[in-house]
Design a protein around this ligand. Structure first.
Ligand code: UD1
Ligand code: PEP
Length: 435
């Protein structure tokens, strides 16, 4: 079994580099399907399990890909004839595979994509994606676990989203690029990853206006072409290191971090007494001796990101009093709390709110990640716990962080990743994801 083993109690200091954003690169890779001419060269691509899964999804659609891990660059060639079918095997591995639906439908006129199931954090329906495709004129049937969509020609339309869903905004925006006429997406998601996707599509020749606001206008064009694109930095990885510095009384420069993408986190950490300096070189975070309790509510961007909720609760547990965390985006995102309780955290859950009793004396324990950000939160807890914390189920961590333990180790944490045998002997892990 692979484990990350942490001996807590070390202040973090130094500078850390952040990779490209998982949540930007996945839809960008799917959008590459839209280029009927030229090859896309995507740079600043993180080496993550989810990126490798998306690469397999594209390969299964007969898109040609080449991922140069050394250069963090993937080339995607979709110029030839493609398959319209994304299998259950691949879609069930990663929910985000559903973003191939819009590009396939726009490019081929039909798509057959396995229904993504729910996951640990919620049931995650895709009704808004399908509503959008129908409003663009697609006929959609759900059959044998697949969504089958068909349209000779998509026609631009006004589309209102009941909720600013990130995935639905992306799927609809991609489908609308090749539609006839103009599409408006109202109550669109405004996340920085939507803006990065819109920039990529615009470079490919799409006409997109207003990405990053609540109304996105897409004027359809006849075809798109391959381009070079640099993926935006991962604000959630950056945020995870910001919390790591804040809770360890650390002093860490998160290199090239984009403060504008992390405003709600910066605001909450500042309220907690954390010193945050915004420099040209990045964001410097200096953790105080005592953290002040704060209440936090997750919301769609520009609200506090749900993907930082588990990490933030670790800071709240260390604060000098009681704090609340109110999760409004996903209905089941407190599963990791039971694992934090093993580390002596005092938490009460009432509906979608966690009451976090501060001044926690966290103690090292063997804990299991229950999802991606839960894995990050447990590692953060390990950095400040007395004694040894052993985090397992690292396949969740590998979905969204590359070499987190090495980056933390370079900042001064006592942390290692090992293959641990039944008799307790350890073999260090040198190459986390090899492909
Ligand atoms: C790969 C990726 O980019 N993942 C991110 C994306 O996920 P994802 O795109 O799945 O998140 P959404 O914004 O779509 O989901 C937010 C909420 O809307 C609901 N919903 C969504 C679509 C739909 O058709 N119907 C519906 O009811 C979901 O169940 C959830 O409760 O945004 C989330 C919210 O910021 C982040 O936590 C994820 O990290
Ligand atoms: C929930 C997340 O991702 P996904 O939507 O891919 O499950 C996340 O990145 O925290």
């Amino acid at each position: 079994m692979e484990e990350i083993i942490i001996n807590g109690g070390h202040r973090l200091s130094g500078a850390v580099e952040i990779d490209g954003a998982k949540n930007a690169v996945l839809p960008i890779m799917a959008a590459a399907i839209l280029a009927s001419k030229g090859v896309n060269q995507i740079e600043n691509v993180p080496i993550l399990a989810d990126v490798l899964t998306m690469q397999s999804v594209l390969e299964a659609l007969h898109v040609r890909t080449k991922f140069d891990h050394q250069r963090a660059k993937i080339s995607i060639d979709a110029q030839h004839s493609l398959s319209p079918e994304a299998s259950f095997e691949l879609v069930s591995k990663m929910r985000a595979s559903i973003v191939v639906l819009g590009p396939l439908l726009a490019r081929l006129g039909h798509a057959k994509v396995a229904m993504p199931g729910g996951c640990a954090i919620g049931s995650r329906p895709i009704d808004l994606h399908l509503k959008g495709m129908r409003q663009l004129g697609a006929r959609i049937v759900q059959n044998g676990g697949f969504i089958e969509a068909e349209a000779c020609k998509l026609i631009g339309a006004p589309i209102y989203l009941d909720f600013p869903s990130v995935g639905a905004t992306e799927n609809i925006m991609m489908a609308a690029t090749l539609a006839e006429g103009t599409t408006y997406i109202d109550n669109a998601a405004r996340e920085p990853e939507i803006v990065d996707l819109a920039m990529f599509l615009s470079e490919m020749g799409a006409r997109i206006y207003g990405a990053g606001t609540e109304t996105i206008k897409i004027v359809g064009v006849p075809e798109l072409h391959g381009v070079d694109h640099q993926v935006v930095q991962d604000r959630i990885e950056a945020g995870t290191f910001m919390v790591a510095a804040a809770i360890t009384q650390g002093n860490v420069l998160i290199k090239d971090a984009i403060a504008a993408h992390n405003r709600p986190l910066i605001s909450k950490l500042t309220e907690m007494g954390v010193k945050i300096e915004e420099h040209d070189a990045g964001i410097r975070v200096i953790g105080p001796e005592k953290l002040i309790p704060v209440n936090v509510k997750t919301l769609p961007h520009p609200g506090f990101p749900t993907d930082m909720q588990p990490q933030m609760t670790v800071a709240q547990l260390l604060a000098d009093g009681t704090s609340m965390m109110n999760e409004t985006v996903f209905e089941n995102r407190f599963m990791y709390v039971d694992e934090l309780r093993r580390m002596n955290a005092q938490v009460e859950i009432e509906g979608n709110t966690a009451l976090l009793h501060g001044r926690a004396q966290l103690r090292g324990a063997a804990v299991e990640a229950t999802d991606l950000r839960a894995a990050a939160a447990l590692i953060l807890a390990g950095l400040v716990a007395d004694g040894e914390t052993r985090v397992s189920q690292l396949q969740y961590l590998d979905r969204g962080y590359h070499l987190l333990h090495e980056k933390l180790s370079l900042l001064g944490a006592n942390i290692r990743r090992s293959q641990v045998a039944a008799d307790g002997t350890e073999q260090p892990i040198l190459n986390v994801i090899s492909n």
